[in-house]
Design a protein around this ligand. Structure first.
Ligand code: ADP
Length: 323
């Protein structure tokens, strides 16, 4: 658990970068921080692993102030992924990923096993890639290695600062998907900075919207879409898109039943295919998955992720207009 108590940062030149942040990030949570350029996202992130010192307030990890941790202990147990990861060019992928596990004193065999397992998880065949040099990989593959490197020593917390924003849209989407699935398996606490609302909605358990150094709203994707705290959030989320897709046919998002599934007892709540997307979203916030009926017959299932994904894909390109 990461806790911010009245945290402020003023840089030496007097710039007030963040003000009075109060926040609790739960263990295993995918926590996204979003806001326009210069609103204090990176400052907030870097204070967690003490790359930037705080001016006021306290940050605690598992109820212990970060200033009470040994700096190495803190850094080694917090993975960090940047927009442009800097892999060491003369070292192989295996060597690049092994740095922190080696510092932690893991033996070679354990490191090798861990690296192979992680490369596999992000879709890089260990046999093919383990002994390559960074320049023999594409930008997207290098970024995957960056994610693996952050995970290598099994930290509980991973900080990610716009990790995918330098990638082409296809690699980016693929990595978002992989990270989403990875997080489901490993359940680390991830604090993820982005300025892209689509990315935030797709990935975040909760999203923290910042503006000019302050937190404007913290909420689930549903809460932001349905109840934006003010015009800034409404504008940033592009919430009118929820009403613009209001009349869309849910059928598009339903996973149809396979032949051998017809007639099964699903034990899930059921909604009509005529339900509006907003209502469906309300129900899915509580239920996660429902069956969908048309004229009294179940035609398939619908899950929360599919609806969020659909809404994210149909947002206007508003979240990213500031950068
Ligand atoms: P974001 O990540 O949201 O783009 P930052 O946290 O990088 O925002 O920056 C927040 C504010 O602090 C901005 O006004 C930025 O110019 C300023 N800032 C960032 N780093 C420094 C620094 N080292 N010295 C002075 N001002 C800084």
């Amino acid at each position: 658990m990461i806790t911010f108590d009245n945290v402020s940062k003023e840089y030496r030149d007097g710039t007030s970068a963040v003000r009075d942040l109060n926040l609790t990030i739960q263990p295993g949570e995918f926590f996204v921080v979003i806001g326009p350029s210069g609103c204090g996202k990176t400052t907030m992130l870097k204070m967690i692993n003490r790359l930037i010192s705080l001016t006021k307030g306290t940050i605690s990890i598992d109820n212990k102030r970060i200033s009470d941790y040994k700096i190495d202990e803190l850094r080694w147990n917090i993975g960090y992924v940047l927009q442009q990861i800097a892999l060491f060019p003369h070292m192989t992928i295996l060597e690049n990923i092994s740095i922190v596990p080696e510092l932690k004193g893991w033996d070679k065999e354990r490191i090798r096993k861990r690296v192979d397992e992680l490369l596999d998880m992000v879709g890089l065949d260990p046999e093919t890639y383990r002994d390559r040099k960074p320049k023999e990989l594409s930008g997207g593959q290098q970024q995957r290695v960056g994610v693996v490197r952050a995970l290598a020593a099994d930290p509980n917390i991973i900080l990610m600062d716009e990790p995918f924003s330098a990638l082409d849209p296809i690699s980016r989407e693929k990595l978002q998907e992989d990270l989403f699935n990875l997080q489901r398996n490993i359940k680390k606490t991830i604090v993820f900075v982005t300025h892209d609302m689509k990315e935030a909605l797709k990935l975040g358990d909760r999203i923290c919207v910042m503006n000019e150094g302050s937190i404007v709203q913290v909420g689930t994707p549903e809460e932001l879409l349905e109840n934006p705290a003010d015009d800034f959030v409404r504008n940033f989320v592009g919430t009118e898109s929820v009403s613009s897709v209001e009349n869309m046919d849910l059928r598009k998002l339903v996973v149809p039943l396979k032949v051998d599934e017809i007639g099964l007892d699903y034990q899930l709540p059921s909604i009509s295919v005529k339900t509006s997307i907003k209502e469906a979203l309300d129900i899915l916030t509580r239920e996660n998955e429902v069956t969908v009926e048309d004229h009294g017959a179940i035609i398939g299932t619908l899950n929360r992720q599919a609806v969020i994904q659909y809404l994210a894909d149909h947002l206007q390109e508003r979240g990213s207009r500031d950068e």
